[in-house]
Design a protein around this ligand. Structure first.
Ligand code: ADP
Ligand code: ZN
Length: 666
């Protein structure tokens, strides 16, 4: 009978603690079960990793509190995946388990009362289309991989080329073989149309793991999957951990999407990497698709780690829209509100024909910030180093980083002069301007504020699809995965907003956004026009997006990355230092940089202040290592561990007040 249990707790690394197994408890205990234990003065829930007889040295072992499960909540496969993810994300296993389980590591609602699950509707393959030749070829490759129980694909096809149809067929194929399948989408709330298409074919056989499910609904869904009542799953990032047995196929839609990386809190994992690992160990096929694949996936495809499948055309004669770049410098005198005259005229003409328009403005709120006309002071968040955004419906100033909000001040907080000026615009102001420009049009605004309530996003899209509105204006939310046949004009009001935070990825992000939004136009038989209003008409991302030339974009961008040694030609390890005192954080980051320099082997960039230097009262500094891609993960980890160790040995005063987060990228 084992005397000790190693327990993973949801605390930073290493986060594994040994407890004593009380006499007679060993029978009912297995790895993957949750237990309650005493941690300091409080009770915490942890997960059993291992049962053993090795008495730990150096501390008195406390007994386990209670066992919360009758059977493991995590299968050995998922437990293994948790270990792998923890290593890859520099997180503790407990933090990963916290992200995996439906209610995190908490005593949950799952066991309170039992719900009789509805019988699954039958799967209806008649709702699938006959594939056109390019789709059939892509599908055939996936089918053969399913036969072999291995294979990893990158499905590259312009928006509307029929990728979703291929996913559906592939999933159906896995299902008929008695295998389970997982479909990852960027964010469930943003992709209701995609989810609906899977539901039309798979009915209730497919479980939807929704970020806005209540705790109880999530636990029920999780239990349905865990007990094999549902074998197909569609969900956002964390659905990569769905407890399906016998995984056959894992699909990642819009694989370039930033939401597949969890940034905060820990574990800072990348669902694409986790998915690759899970498929490799489970003997499942990995199928990632996009109209604008990430350069990292593209690089993998070029080196054979992913097999490239292409869908070159849109089906049934629906053409890619014409894209016109409008240089805002030459329209200074020819603007109608936020729109250059040609855009205004095109929207007006579309409305006259009874068609619809979508306008993207990627900033929410009314005015971007308030500025004093006397002293020039800008009103900032008390806890973050950013300006506050004015929101008109609530007449309040809001911080888009920490949520701080306050009434709009009547006088300048710095010099007390009256009359603060509204500077810059957000979707609320654009909406108001459009109401003046098109008094008869029915205008719908979609951004994080207007979609805050549960189901709002879906309702809005349905209403727009039912032609209850003429113009949809909003942030990037309007660019995701929508398919409206009556939309013939799409305009990006200010294409440069993505370039405001410079990063080696900003060109890639801009290209992706422009391509996604351009894909909203002319989806059906009606031809569409896309307008890009910009101050930088010659920017390569704007030029190539306008020509729908992903390959030209990727070639140029890849060349630049190679010259400067950015991913995919290096793998970045970013250390983020956070603390209440700026000088201390900076000093710690500098000392850490010295330890990293001493380790050698890769260039050390920084430390430098983070893009938002202060957030939620913490001052933040960053240090980036450009590590060679030739290092394997084990070597990279070993070197990072050595740097951490060397830094600890320095015993730098104040180190205890600074938190260090680590994430890798590339
Ligand atoms: P993507 O996922 O690449 O954007 P979709 O799969 O959404 O493309 O396809 C675009 C449109 O074409 C959808 O309305 C879809 O129903 C339709 N479609 C795709 N493939 C076929 C096909 N083989 N036969 C008929 N219609 C198709
Ligand atoms: Zn703030």
């Amino acid at each position: 009978m084992p005397l000790f249990a190693d327990i993973a707790l949801p605390v930073p690394r290493p986060g594994i603690f040994t407890y004593a197994v009380p006499e007679g408890w060993a029978e009912g205990l297995a790895p993957g079960m949750r237990v309650e234990v005493r941690m300091g003065s409080r009770l915490a829930v942890g997960l059993v990793l291992r049962l053993h007889d090795d008495a730990p040295e150096g501390y008195a072992v406390k007994p386990l509190g209670s066992i919360l499960d009758e059977e493991p909540v995590l299968t050995p496969e998922l437990l293994d995946l948790a270990h792998w993810t923890a290593k890859a994300a520099f997180a503790s296993v407990g933090e990963v388990v916290q992200a995996m389980l439906p209610a995190g590591l908490k005593p949950d609602a799952e066991r309170r009362g039992s719900r009789k699950p509805p019988p699954p509707m039958p799967v209806d393959p008649t709702r699938m289309h006959a594939l056109h030749p390019a789709q059939a070829a892509a599908f055939e490759a996936v089918r053969q991989a399913l036969d072999q129980g291995e294979g990893a694909f990158l499905l590259f096809g312009v928006t509307g080329s029929g990728k979703t149809e291929v996913y559906i067929r592939a999933l159906y194929e896995a299902w008929t073989r008695g295998k389970s399948g997982i479909v990852l989408v960027p964010e469930i709330a943003l992709t209701p149309q995609t989810v609906r298409r899977f539901r039309t074919v798979f009915g209730d056989q497919i479980a939807v793991l929704h970020s806005r499910l209540t705790g109880r609904e999530r636990a029920d869904t999780w239990a349905d999957i865990r007990h094999g009542r549902k074998t197909l799953v569609i969900g956002a990032r964390s659905a990569v951990f769905a407890p399906v047995a016998d995984l056959g196929l894992l699909i990642i839609d819009e694989e370039h999407d930033a939401s597949y990386r969890q940034e905060d809190p820990s574990p800072r994992y990348d669902a694409r990497d986790v998915a690759r690992r899970r498929c490799a160990t489970a003997g499942a096929v990995y199928l990632a698709g996009s109209a604008t694949p990430s350069l990292i996936s593209l690089h993998q495809a070029a080196h054979g780690a992913l097999r490239l499948l292409r869908l070159p055309d849109r089906p049934e004669g629906s053409e890619l829209p014409e894209v016109r770049i409008l240089d805002l410098k030459s329209y200074k005198k020819a603007m109608r509100g936020p729109l250059a005259v040609p855009v205004f005229l095109a929207v007006e003409a579309a409305l006259d024909r009874g068609e619809q328009a979508i306008l993207l403005y990627n900033r929410r709120g009314y005015s971007r910030y308030l500025q004093c006309g006397d002293c020039g002071h800008r009103v900032e968040c008390p806890d973050c180093s950013v300006t506050l955004t004015y929101h008109r419906p609530s007449d309040s100033l809001r911080c888009h980083y920490c949520g701080h909000h306050e009434r709009r001040p009547l006088r300048c907080p710095s010099c007390d002069a009256p009359g603060l000026l509204d500077m810059g615009s957000g979707t609320q102001k654009v909406e108001a301007e459009l109401e003046e420009l098109f008094p008869k049009a029915r205008i719908l605004r979609m951004d994080r504020d207007s979609t805050a309530t549960r189901g709002a996003h879906d309702q809005m899209l349905t209403a727009f699809g039912n032609r209850e509105y003429d113009i949809l204006v909003g942030t990037q939310l309007v660019s995701k995965g929508l398919d409206f046949p009556e939309v013939t004009v799409v305009a990006v009001v200010h294409a440069d907003t993505e370039l405001a935070f410079p990063s080696y990825r900003s060109g890639e992000r801009l290209f992706q956004l422009l391509t996604q939004v351009a894909g909203r136009s002319g989806r059906a038989a009606k031809p569409g026009t896309v307008f890009l209003q910009t101050w930088q008409p010659d920017h390569p991302a704007i030029q190539t997006a306008a020509r729908h030339d992903f390959e030209a974009f990727a070639r140029a961008e890849m060349g630049g990355r190679k010259r400067l040694d950015w991913p995919p030609y290096s793998r970045l390890v970013t250390f983020e230092f956070k603390g209440r005192d700026d000088a201390t954080v900076m000093r710690i980051a500098e000392r850490f940089a010295a330890a990293a320099e001493a380790e050698g082997g890769s260039p050390v960039l920084g430390p430098s202040p983070s893009t938002v230097h202060r957030m939620q009262r913490d001052w933040r500094w960053e240090l980036v290592l450009k590590t060679p891609v030739a290092w394997d993960e084990a070597e990279r980890e070993a070197r990072i561990e050595r740097i951490l160790y060397q830094f600890k040995q320095m015993k730098e005063p104040g180190a205890g007040s600074v938190r260090i987060n680590i994430r890798t990228q590339g």
